[in-house]
Design a protein around this ligand. Structure first.
Ligand code: PNS
Length: 160
């Protein structure tokens, strides 16, 4: 039986921190689904299709393993997607105690709703302070985001 995991997130846009976690998780499972999910608590910068495309480009650029599927989900709960594809595990990156506090209730709800477990991976310390919101702010004020995002994202933000 295939071990399938899901890395969900807003990915608005994907950062090098996300990519690091995706690469680590891909080595732990037979199939890894990177899932762009609308977060109702956030105002998005990029359309979902654009975020998916940038993740696909970033995964290819980093030459990550071929067991990674990139897609999106906007019709219901994250655990509905997990159940549909037979994924029993959600993987999230944890940078700090703030992330632990933010992620813990979601992990408990997802386990309660559908028995889907969440595992947390620690990032490469070099990316521990990087966030999509920081990248959006730096980019919007004309700063250089190349140290924080995959090349495809930096290129896209420079064009926008
Ligand atoms: O990158 P983010 O914004 O921190 O990701 C949060 C996300 C999108 C994974 C979370 O908001 C989510 O799972 N949304 C889907 C709706 C859902 O299933 N909610 C109940 C469990 S929190």
């Amino acid at each position: 039986m295939s071990r399938i995991a899901v890395v969900p997130g807003s990915f608005d846009p994907i950062t090098l921190g996300h990519l690091d976690v995706i690469g680590r998780a891909a080595g732990l499972f037979d199939e890894l689904h990177v899932l762009v999910v609308h977060n109702p608590g956030k105002t998005a910068l990029l359309p979902i299709a654009q975020r998916v495309s940038l993740i696909e480009q970033a995964v290819a650029e980093a030459k990550l393993p071929g067991n990674i599927v990139v897609t999106s989900w906007s019709v219901g709960l994250l655990v509905d997607y997990c159940t549909d594809v037979g994924a029993k595990v959600i993987v999230k990156g944890i940078r700090s105690q703030v992330d632990v506090a933010y992620e813990t209730p979601m992990a408990l709800v997802n386990r309660d709703l559908a028995g889907v477990e969440t595992i947390f991976l620690l990032p490469n310390p070099a990316h521990a302070f990087v966030s999509s919101s920081l990248v959006r702010q730096v980019a919007s004020l004309g700063g250089d985001v190349t140290p924080y995002v995959p090349g495809a994202v930096a290129h896209f933000l420079q064009q926008s």
